[in-house]
Design a protein. Structure first.
Lengths: 86, 610
């Protein structure tokens, strides 16, 4: 099971994996700021010209979705599992 | 199952008229294949299960464009085979998915399960090639009537209830569709299924649209979908997730391109599914909510109605059928092997089912529209069409939904099933293993297709109804997508605690009819009990007074005879009550078939007299 060994290898070096992921995120925003790499000619709004706009959008969106949904759920939508049982 | 012969009988007579026109309808291959399946010896059955879908797919592939299978019926023409660019792309992917789904469920022994699935696919193909509204309606209902068996065959008491609710909701949609068709015919004198006048919609147009969007699971008419798809058999859901909603998307593309209200509904849908997915504990229900979300993109695309948007809706339907099928195959494998689908019963399974994990992850990356995966080349067309149409709110709303999509399907599902905290019971852990070879093969092929579509765009783009001048792989678009998705990933891991699964359910808009049904039962029971008690009370009061004034004799009479009568009376009532309760469920299938027969006769009378 080579696949399993690969997964376990990555899990053993979780710290390194996380560090590499964070480095990738930083690199992504950096590349986005360089016009030579990313041509923002086709951007639809002014805000999109800010470097890392979509990174902020993605992160804020994710947090917003989680917090809103949780609040929505606690407003009476989430119920015990046997709610519909007679 | 009593409605099976009726449906099949009606279809074989259709089939005969078709065959005489020398145009072989692909649905006919599936129907005949389904009817012959029980006669095929068990040894040859796997071959048959691949041969029939393969022939169907080959037939679709070899089709020439044009109008075929015209049958003159009373004063109008039924068109069974309208083959054009729009119907071909949908039929192609339906045929392909039927093949993959049949391979996935090949080891299932019960022939009726395969028969139900194939008749369901035949209904979808029939609706897609239908050139008139009567034919569309017939095949539309065939889909609902056959697909419900894929839910019932799971055999749990919950699946029985979910199946009935599914059927009732679809019957209601069918009635709206039928009423719309009749009004439309009365107003225009035409039964042709073409684009409706979306700028000046009439009651007829709205009714037909309601029939369509109910099948597309547009809120507030969507609750049947997560209810039913989470309860179906492990391979039934693989079929269900592809055909009903995407046939509805086809019908919307054909009839309602440019209908403004669909943009609003589509964006609401895309976000609605995401919100419910956060709260969901059952993996297959979560995937079902993401069908609602993804079909939202397509509905919004239909509402935008430009060539790019319609291309986007078709491309996204195509890609969606594959990656959603793959996701349901992955979670279906977990269900099939462990018997569990809830996150609170699973976790840590990467040690036991690593390949299933990889395939599900590929499905997750495809639905999240990662570059090089299929969703990337289709979803972006719709968002771009939104920006081009200066509907910024729609485009940004859909972008937000795509962050949510990755959050759940790309991260939450794989993480909490294959990693995360191990909630498996000893039994679950013992049972967990990679599924049978045919399931693995189906997943592997689907995964390869998802990546192929994402990498080689002309394959999909050449099939679309309008010429494509769209390039998804621009530096800006790739950078934009990667930023959104990867920073969503960051948010996921930072807020992981908040996303821990809980053994709870969330109420949705099926609440009114689930509780409403109970209110009906209450009404049926309580008044009877009330009368029962009332009668008892009268006798008791009436019995007490004579007791005080008269002799023992009358008391004995009261005790033995009157009370006996009351008790007997009450017992009879209770018996009748419980019979009624049973009858309400048991006879429903027959009543529905009867209702349909009557509806069909009514259309005929209507058409003849007007």
């Amino acid at each position: 099971m080579k696949l399993l060994r690969l997964i376990e290898f990555l899990r053993r070096h979780l710290k390194t994996v996380i560090r590499m992921c964070l480095a990738m995120l930083a690199l992504l925003v950096l590349v986005d700021a360089i016009p030579f790499f990313v041509d923002k000619h086709h951007a639809h709004t002014k805000a999109e010209h800010i470097p890392g706009f979509w990174a902020a959008f993605g992160f804020a969106g994710c947090v917003l979705i989680i917090l809103f949904s949780k609040a929505f759920g606690h407003a009476g939508i989430v119920n015990r599992e046997d709610y519909y049982d007679e | 199952m009593s409605d099976f012969p009726a449906v099949v009988g009606a279809l074989t007579s259709d089939a005969q008229t078709l065959a005489s026109g020398f145009w072989l309808h692909p649905a006919l291959i599936l129907l005949v294949g389904a009817l012959l399946l029980p006669l095929v010896p068990a040894r040859l059955r796997p071959g048959w299960l691949l041969l029939v879908p393969l022939l169907t797919f080959a037939r679709i592939f070899a089709m020439t464009k044009g109008t075929f299978g015209e049958v003159h019926f009373l004063q109008f023409t039924l068109v069974f085979g309208r083959v054009d660019a729009l119907s071909t792309v949908f039929a192609y992917i339906m045929g392909l998915m039927c093949l993959l789904g049949s391979l996935y469920g090949m080891h299932v022994q019960r022939a009726v399960e395969h028969m139900a699935a194939w008749i369901y696919v035949a209904g979808s193909l029939g609706a897609i090639f239908a050139g008139d509204l009567v034919t569309l309606f017939l095949f539309w209902e065939l889909m609902a009537l056959s697909s419900v068996f894929l839910i019932w065959f799971r055999g749990r008491s919950e699946s029985l209830g979910a199946g009935y609710r599914y059927l009732l909701v679809h019957m209601a949609g069918g009635v709206a569709l039928l009423a719309g068709i009749m009004l439309h015919y009365h107003a225009t004198g035409s039964m042709a299924f073409a684009a409706f006048d979306v700028k000046h919609p009439t009651t007829a147009t709205y009714l037909i649209m309601i029939g369509f969007i109910l099948n597309a699971a547009v809120p507030p008419l969507h609750a049947w979908l997560p209810d039913a798809y989470a309860e179906a058999t492990f391979n039934g859901s693989v079929f269900l997730c592809a055909f009903t909603t995407k046939t509805a998307v086809y019908a919307l593309c054909r009839g309602f391109a440019g209908m403004e209200i669909l943009v609003v509904l589509g964006v609401i849908m895309a976000l609605y599914g995401v919100v419910y997915a956060v709260l969901e504990n059952d993996s297959r229900r979560l995937l079902a909510y993401h069908i609602v979300s993804q079909v939202g993109y397509m509905v919004a695309g239909v509402g935008l109605g430009t060539e790019l948007a319609i291309n986007g809706a078709c491309a996204h339907a195509f890609a969606h059928i594959l990656y959603k099928g793959l996701l349901f195959m992955g979670c279906g494998s977990v269900l099939h092997m462990t018997g569990k689908s809830k996150f609170t019963d699973l976790g840590g399974l990467y040690q036991k089912m690593p390949w299933t994990f990889v395939f599900t992850l590929i499905g997750g990356l495809s639905i999240s529209a990662f570059p090089l995966f299929s969703g990337f080349v289709s979803k972006s067309m719709i968002v771009q069409a939104g920006f081009d149409d200066h509907k910024l709110w729609a485009a940004f709303g859909l972008m937000l939904a795509s962050a949510g999509t990755f959050l759940h399907t790309g991260l939450k599902v794989p993480y909490f099933i294959w990693f995360g905290k191990n909630h498996c019971s000893k039994e679950t852990w013992g049972r967990a293993a990679e599924p049978p070879w045919n399931m693995v093969a189906a997943m592997a092929i689907t995964a390869v297709l998802c990546i192929f579509i994402g990498c080689y765009t002309p394959y999909l783009y050449r099939m679309l109804p309008h010429p494509v001048q769209f390039e998804p792989y621009t530096s800006y678009h790739v950078s934009e997508t990667l930023q959104i998705l990867l920073f969503t990933g960051l948010g996921f891991f930072l807020l992981l605690k908040k996303l821990e699964p809980e053994a709870r359910i969330s109420l949705d808009l099926d609440w009114p009819y689930r509780i409403g049904g109970r209110a009906f039962l209450w009404l049926a029971q309580k008044p009877i009990q009330f009368i029962d008690n009332g009668v008892g009370e009268i006798y008791r009061v009436g019995g007490l007074l004579p007791l005080m004034i008269s002799a023992r004799l009358s008391a004995a009479f009261d005790n033995r005879i009157v009370d006996g009568a009351v008790d007997g009376f009450a017992a009879t009532f209770r018996q009748v009550g419980s019979r009624l309760r049973g009858a309400q469920r048991g006879a429903l299938q027959e009543s529905l078939t009867l209702a349909f027969g009557i509806a069909a006769v009514l259309i005929l009378i209507f058409v003849l007299t007007f």
